[in-house]
Design a binder for this molecule. Structure first.
Ligand SMILES: [Fe+2]
Ligand SMILES: [Fe+2]
Length: 137
């Protein structure tokens, strides 16, 4: 397994300062870390479907929450932020298609790379910017 698949510490760096959103991010990071350690233990058989269902439910609820907040606060970067959410959902659908063409381990590695990049990119940058903005009056 590639070194890129390392657990993520939920440090303050990942906190955007909005309780509900932080709790949801924490769930995603927990899901990711659980999968990373299962893969490392060689114990990840049949985990793809469950992880995928959880990701779909997460995206559904969490993106709606952030988008509702952005609209309520007239967030100027709404379009860009929303586009990233939409891309996430599109990519999830692509991963479901890829799943059919790959063995369990390869499919899970793709899924992990996808979630890891999202946490380190979208949450750490785009969501943080939203958090900074929401702190202002
Ligand atoms: Fe988020
Ligand atoms: Fe977001």
């Amino acid at each position: 397994m590639d070194e890129i698949f390392s657990p993520i510490d939920l440090t303050d760096a990942y906190k955007v300062g909005i309780t509900t959103i932080d709790r949801e991010h924490q769930f995603l990071i927990g899901l990711y870390n659980g999968l990373v350690s299962a893969v490392r233990r060689g114990n990840a058989r049949d985990m793809w479907d469950d992880a995928f269902q959880k990701l779909v439910a997460y995206a559904d609820q969490h993106f709606a929450n952030e988008e509702r907040l952005m609209i309520a606060r007239k967030y100027p970067d709404y379009d860009n932020h929303k586009r990233q959410h939409d891309n996430f959902i599109q990519n999830l659908n692509l991963l479901a298609t890829e799943r059919a063409n790959r063995n369990e381990e390869a499919a899970l590695e793709l899924l992990l790379a996808f979630i890891g990049q999202w946490i380190r990119g979208h949450i750490l940058i785009t969501d943080k910017q939203l958090g900074e903005y929401a702190k202002q009056d």
